[in-house]
Design a protein. Structure first.
Length: 130
């Protein structure tokens, strides 16, 4: 059975790496991005079915990344992971249709369990010419 292709977007490389390692071991395809700009470029190349998205990041914040991801992949499952329980940010994320919001620190098993609900990955999109 095919599992989800998960895009992990977080500027904390240790956190991102730990989640990636755990989800890989659990059978998920994993793509990592260090910020929103990197995430959008990788989303176009890899067509993830789910994204684990930090809200506070350099270059392009999580909410802006979420809006842009929705334009690229309208039905992507979005799980927000944040260290800040800012009520305005949470309201905006909820209004944008996130699947759930998790507060850091979060158990890796909890992330894996949530990702079980993500759609299975399809084939990778064709590479752009050039």
């Amino acid at each position: 059975m095919s599992r989800a292709r998960v895009l992990i977007v977080d500027d904390d490389s240790n956190f991102r790496g730990a989640i990636a390692e755990y989800l890989n071991a659990d059978g998920f395809e994993v793509v990592e991005a260090e910020d929103g700009v990197d995430a959008l470029e990788k989303a176009r190349r890899t067509a993830p079915t789910a994204v684990l998205l930090d809200i506070i990041m350099p270059r392009l914040g999580g909410l802006q990344t979420l809006e842009a991801l929705r334009r690229i992949i309208p039905d992507i499952m979005v799980v927000v992971v944040t260290g800040s329980l800012d009520s305005e940010l949470l309201q905006r994320a909820t209004a944008a249709g996130v699947y759930t919001v998790l507060l850091k620190p979060v158990a890796l098993a909890a992330i894996s369990a949530i990702m079980q609900d993500a759609p299975p990955a399809g084939p990778l999109p064709p590479s752009p010419p050039g």
